[in-house]
Design a protein around this ligand. Sequence first.
Ligand SMILES: [Mg+2]
Ligand SMILES: [Zn+2]
Length: 204
Amino acid sequence: MKPAVFLDRDGTIIENVGYLRRLDQIAPFPWSVDAIRALNRAALPVVVITNQAGVARGFFAADFVDETHRALTMRLEAGGARVDAYYYCPHHPDGKVEQYSITCDCRKPKCGMIDRAASDLGLDPARSFFVGDTWLDVGAGRAAGARTILVRTGAGAEEERSLKPPDLSADAIVDNLAAAVSWILLHLRSGDRAIGDVDRRSPI
Ligand SMILES: [Mg+2]
Ligand SMILES: [Zn+2]
């Protein structure tokens, strides 16, 4: 069982545009490719974990979420960065589309998506990290037993100021995904440090 890095999508990897409904709204932050590539080089699996209640609300179809993730993958791969897997929750208890309008076990702050990823990919949440821009992300990461980092991009700056739920705290609050990745690489436990193939091949 390996450590991994779980990343929220909207407001963490890409600009938060509310409900993203068109592929041309996908806007990675300028540092996202380099930050994810650094995780790849450290041989840490990168797993996106995202609430997409727009499916339950009827704003877009589940297929569109998959299409979004294929498009994001292409953008990241153009810069040499790789996401190992995507998990999304299409549900919301107050949705309009019947099949998705349920109280599920995957919508963050629940940790169903992390648990599923851990079992699918052989990951150890207790040695992993969750990075996101809302307390829902921190709550989900914490529920799974991971260390958690709140970023100030997206909704994060406002979340930090005003909305912290009682009894919830992040292990770190940093400006953005690049800073979060630096924090993760500094705080990897010794047994979790792996050198990826890319590092072995590069000079110096
Ligand atoms: Mg977010
Ligand atoms: Zn769900």
